[in-house]
Design a protein around this ligand. Structure first.
Ligand SMILES: [Zn+2]
Length: 278
């Protein structure tokens, strides 16, 4: 089993200083969309998809607010499907896509893998499909699933993982991948825990945005990311509680559970370079 850490879209909102914590006040920030490609002897599994080729060809569909404030780079070479091809595979080799949630910067690659089974929490699916609020109209883009993906929705059924609720995404005998409900950012937002032979890794999605938020003694977030998380949260209290639970998990499990989020560029580099084990 091999886990590839991919950046499937670069977002460059204004103010490196306010977003990344260093750099010019008016220089572009750098936010990555950290996705995973899990290569097993049976198949490929993708965790989150970033932006897809359709988003890059028709950026108008992403909405004016996203384009003007978040400023995606729209580089086709970053689309998951293109990276997968460069690794020597085809789109059809991806049999499962596991999503932390359905925000446009996580679900955009879905149309590039029309035959994959798409796993998401039932609560997230229902809020993306049915709840029409202004916030939901900004974050969810139905055109990203107008091809009718083969959805498989999951609900917590009493299983636990280090004290968190947990739902097995794939059948027994397949790779051990769990959806871990971490509500707050969106209605049914989940982390994705993957058992790699010697430890667990937990993709926290958008449960936090900046690595220093996971410091147990002095959690810190930059003002830009603080504001963005607060505005997008459907349950801010739950979001804050879940961040504290993640800090405790990190402190208590040490190297046994390695955690990272979707959008911290430094974390992505650490995993890419294998420095997380140092
Ligand atoms: Zn996101």
């Amino acid at each position: 089993m091999k886990v590839h850490h991919l950046n499937c879209a670069t977002l460059c909102p204004v103010s490196a200083r306010l977003v990344n914590g260093s750099g010019g006040l008016f220089s572009p920030a750098m936010i990555t969309c950290h996705c995973l490609l899990i290569e097993t002897n049976r198949n490929l599994i993708l965790v989150d998809t970033g932006l897809g080729l359709k988003d890059i060809v028709h950026p108008d569909k992403l909405g004016r607010i996203f384009r003007t404030i978040i400023r995606p780079e729209l580089n086709p070479a970053e689309a998951a499907v293109e990276q997968i091809k460069r690794l020597g595979f085809s789109a059809d080799d991806v049999q499962h896509i596991i999503l932390t949630h359905l925000d446009l910067d996580h679900a955009g690659g879905l149309p590039d893998f029309p035959n994959a089974r798409v796993h998401v929490s039932a609560t997230e699916y229902n809020s993306a499909m049915m709840v029409r609020t202004l916030r939901n109209m900004f974050r969810y883009h139905p055109s990203q699933w107008s091809h009718n993906p083969r959805w498989k929705t999951h609900e917590a059924d009493g299983d636990k993982w280090f004290g968190f609720d947990a739902v097995r995404a794939l059948d027994k005998g397949e790779t051990e991948i769990l959806l871990i409900p971490l509500k707050g950012h969106s209605g049914g937002h989940c982390g994705v825990a993957i058992k790699i032979p010697e430890r667990w890794i937990l993709h926290c999605g958008d449960a936090y945005f900046f690595h220093e938020e996971m410091s147990f003694d002095k959690p810190h977030c930059t003002p830009g990311l603080c504001l963005y998380q607060r505005v997008l949260a459907t349950g801010n209290k739950e979001r804050i509680i879940n961040q504290q639970r993640l800090r405790e998990l990190k402190r208590n499990q040490g190297a046994g559970v390695q955690i990272f989020c979707s959008h911290d560029h430094g974390e992505l580099l650490t995993f890419r370079e294998g420095l997380q084990n140092k």
